[in-house]
Design a protein around this ligand. Structure first.
Ligand SMILES: *Cc1c(COP(=O)(O)O)cnc(C)c1O
Length: 429
């Protein structure tokens, strides 16, 4: 494929925007080469500035679970825009989206809308600290919770792709309140809880991790976290920015059968517009301003365009819950097809899959945490990524990212993807 125009646009972008991008992973640093500039998209396909058609496996990193330019979402946004784009005053549509979200997700009474997943996680931790009167939090190496200071400690995906586990600019004072545990290792959490008794406000986790590849929580691990939190009066925060409204109506809480104390959302809940949210039971949400003392605000929070996109998206998912099953089936089909090709070609790999999240790791060892994920062979990954891209398959440009399937993908698209892999498999040694 030819990327002449994308290359020229990237060169121009780099003159005015740091690295030419507004979010680092887009720059292709982990895989080399120039990023593809997209012009438009419809359903399962991206159309780039050079006129190539690409089958999309990132879906804007998750939000577009029903495919690009999904008609009910687009129409809702257009109709809303004609009536004004922002007021800084309450609107009915905020309540409608809140009511629907609360009805779909187990174990929450109230929800507050913000503008990104980063904001949601940052605010959830502030709320947990305000509620418990404690300062420290536990996070897991390789889990990403957005780019706010407290979380840029071994933060997975983007942050690791760029080799900066702890970002400069995060102060020692902030970093010391974030304790780091190992995913799928309950003992590592118990040790931190024992050494910091009475000081931990919250444990925050991606209940199914997607920012070090897709990593599935072991049952005893996730249950053990819940029990530990109950014993120690620690709040359990499920960061469902990726899994919320993707794994099921009720997200990972529903699928895993574990209740969290605070849940954060982003991605799907905004239908492709900037929305994040955090939610909890009444007792906790009552601590939030203006009802309580924990401050949190936003000029564009609950923005009518964003709310209308989110409402159209969640309404579809609520009315057609069979989508989750069908997406998981497609993901399984893709996974089995790709696994067969790699096995037949004697390429060592691990494949992790949960619902419509899937990742391939070029390593012999099971991938269960950040350390095992980081053992993947990046030279092979680069060949794989570019080999697929050359054949019109757009995968996440980093081995630390999960793929996100969308409902517009057909079985023909999946077959084309599997065939593309078999064309390049012999070169992946
Ligand atoms: C994407 C993501 C975030 C950050 O959301 P933004 O909207 O990019 O700020 C937080 N947590 C998880 C699990 C994510 O996947």
């Amino acid at each position: 494929m030819i990327y002449r125009r994308s290359s020229a646009l990237f060169a121009e972008a780099q003159r005015y925007i740091p690295g030419g991008v507004n979010s680092p992973v887009r720059a292709f640093k982990a895989v080399g080469g120039n990023p593809v500039f997209v012009k438009e998209a419809k359903g399962a396909y991206l159309y780039d500035e050079d006129g190539n058609r690409l089958i999309d496996y990132i879906a804007s990193w998750g939000p577009l679970i029903l495919g690009h330019a999904y008609a009910p979402v687009i129409e809702a946004v257009i109709e809303k825009a004609k009536k004004g784009t922002s007021f800084g005053m309450p609107t009915e549509i905020e309540t409608r989206l809140a009511r629907l979200a609360v009805s779909m997700v187990p174990n929450i009474d109230k929800i507050r809308f913000v503008n990104s997943g980063t904001e949601a996680c940052m605010s959830a931790v502030r709320l947990a600290r305000g509620f418990t009167g404690r300062d420290k939090i536990i996070k897991f190496a390789g889990c990403y919770h957005g780019h706010s200071d407290s979380f840029l400690i071994q933060a997975g995906s983007g942050a690791v792709t760029f080799g900066s586990p702890n970002s400069p600019g995060v102060t020692q004072g902030t970093a010391k309140d974030t304790l780091l545990a190992t995913y799928n290792n309950l003992e590592s959490v118990k040790a931190l809880a024992a050494a910091n008794k009475g000081e931990i406000a919250a444990i925050i986790i991606e209940p199914v991790a997607g920012n070090m590849g897709c990593i599935i929580p072991e049952e005893n691990f996730i249950k053990g976290l819940r029990e530990l939190c109950d014993q120690e009066n620690i709040l359990l925060i499920f960061d469902e920015v990726m899994t919320g409204f993707r794994l099921a109506k009720g997200g990972a809480q529903e699928v895993l059968g574990i209740n969290a104390d605070i849940v954060t959302f982003g991605k799907v809940i905004g239908g492709g517009l900037p929305v994040g949210a955090f939610a909890a039971r009444e007792e906790i949400m009552g601590h939030l301003a203006p009802d309580g003392p924990v401050y949190q605000a936003g000029t564009l929070s609950g923005n009518p365009l964003a709310m209308s996109a989110g409402l159209a998206m969640l309404t579809e998912l609520n009315n057609r819950p069979e989508i989750f099953r069908s997406l998981a089936d497609k993901t399984q089909y893709l996974g089995q097809g790709m696994a067969k090709v790699l096995t037949d070609n004697h390429i060592p790999f691990q494949m992790n899959r949960f619902g419509s999240m899937i990742s391939i790791h070029f390593t012999e060892e099971p991938v269960v945490d950040f350390e095992s994920s980081a053992k993947g062979n990046n030279a092979v990954f680069k060949k794989y990524f570019h080999g697929m891209l050359d054949q019109g398959i757009y995968l996440p440009p980093s081995a630390f990212e999960s793929y996100f399937l969308n409902d517009a993908l057909s079985y023909d698209d999946l077959d084309e993807t599997i065939a593309a892999l078999s064309n390049i498999a012999k070169d992946l040694h």
